[in-house]
Design a binder for this molecule. Structure first.
Ligand code: 4NP
Length: 158
C-alpha cells in the first residue's frame, strides 16, 4: 500500500490546519487501504514552534482526537516536491501557496472545500478571533471535508 503524503495549510498553523491534520489522521486510521502520512504548516511565520491553539486542542479532545503533540511551522519550498497533496483551508491560503509554488507542482495544491469532482463544502473560516463555538463549527466542517477528501482519494486511485 503506497503512502500518500498530505500537508494541510492555513495562515498561522495553530487553529485550522493542525485540526485538519488530526481529523484526517483519525479518519484515515479507521479506513482500510489508505495510508496517509500527514503534516500541517502555516503560510505565516507568527507562531513557529507553538502548540496548537488551546481551543483547537479542546474541541478535538471532545472527539477523542489528540493534537497536543503538534508544533507550528511555516510552509517551505521543499514541501511542494515532497507532498502529494497540499490542502489549503481558505482562498487566501490557496492563493499564497499558488504564488510560491514552482510550476510543476501547482496541481498538488487544492482548496480543501472545493476538491475536483466533489461536492463543494466551502472555505474553512478562520476561528482565531472568534469564540469557542466557532471552533466547534470548524471541527464539524473539517470532519465533513475529511470524509470528502478520503472519497476523492478513493476515486482518483481507481
Ligand atoms: P489559523 O488561525 O490560520 O487557523 O491557525 C490563525 C491563527 C493566528 C492568527 C491568525 C489566524 N494570527 O493572526 O496570529
Amino acid at each position: 500500500m503506497r503512502s500518500i503524503k498530505v500537508l494541510t495549510v492555513c495562515l498561522g498553523n495553530i487553529c485550522r490546519s493542525p485540526a485538519a491534520q488530526g481529523i484526517l489522521e483519525y479518519a484515515a486510521a479507521s479506513r482500510k487501504g489508505i495510508d496517509l502520512q500527514l503534516d500541517s504548516a502555516g503560510t505565516a511565520a507568527y507562531h513557529i514552534g507553538s502548540k496548537p491553539d488551546p481551543r483547537s486542542i479542546a474541541a478535538l479532545k471532545k472527539r477523542s482526537i489528540d493534537i497536543g503533540y503538534q508544533q507550528a511551522r511555516q510552509v517551505n519550498n521543499d514541501d511542494f516536491a515532497y507532498f502529494d497533496w497540499i490542502l489549503a483551508m481558505d482562498e487566501s491560503n490557496y492563493q499564497h501557496l499558488i504564488a510560491m509554488c514552482p510550476e510543476p507542482y501547482k496541481n498538488k495544491i487544492l482548496l480543501f472545500g472545493s476538491l475536483p469532482n466533489s461536492p463543494s463544502l466551502g472555505e474553512v473560516n478562520d476561528p482565531y478571533y472568534d469564540g469557542e463555538k466557532s471552533f466547534e463549527v470548524m471541527v464539524d466542517h473539517l470532519m465533513a471535508l475529511s470524509d470528502n477528501f478520503l472519497a476523492f482519494l478513493d476515486s482518483s486511485s481507481k
